[in-house]
Ligand binder design. Sequence first.
Ligand code: DGL
Length: 260
Amino acid sequence: MLKSAPIGVFDSGFGGVSVLIDALKRFPNENYIYYSDNGNAPYGERDEAEIINYSVRCAKYLKSRGVKAIVVACNTATTVCLPLLAEASGVPTIGIHPAIEVASDIEGNGKIAVMATLATIRSKRYHELVEASPCASRIIGIPCIGLAGRIEQGIFGDDDFNDLLDNYYTQYEGVEFDSIVLGCTHYNFIKGAITKYADRKLKGGRKLISTNDATLNELNDVLIRDKMINDSGSGSVQFVTSGCYEKIRPIFDALMNTKD
Ligand code: DGL
């Protein structure tokens, strides 16, 4: 395998673009293939068998493209079936998990909201992560039904999600939240909407925690271990979607230009 072989990154759709953006900042010489399964998104309200089927297909596609490693930029696919994806790909396969550990390190007695898809919150892996946390009793898993689906429509405005956020948070009126874990990569693109809502409606410090860093640290370790860092060349990104390319590509391009 050549060092210049691409790194495959995939998600059900646009969410993983946030991971790709961070990966490009950190490893700018690498060549990436981003596989966006928009034709089957969102994954998070599907049953486990469907999630396994679609995400194994993504991993196999990237394998067929000769990738040297795969980043599963999807908490849902990771929590439901990461070991199966590693098996299907035959290359180092790095997942993304809700950053419960990072949230647990933040001092405080308030609650920790973990916003994620229904499938993530239901998964065995998610429950293991919560049980392993010293702050298990402070963690509230919030299945954000409909949220990734709306983002998939290309909606990202700060005032476009209040109805859904009300659905998730009205039952926690008066509860103090020290942190809010963005346990789905799609939510990185609506930090503005979540922050604005939290400022108006939620109590506590409400620090937003993204999950991308830990995944990229792991990618770094794997590339160093396997002596596979691409230290020459200017890097590239190839975009592939299972959805309608003409409709999806402009949204991908707009997201790639977003500044955090
Ligand atoms: N972006 C994905 C995640 O991190 C999946 C969202 C979805 O397709 O429901 O979980």
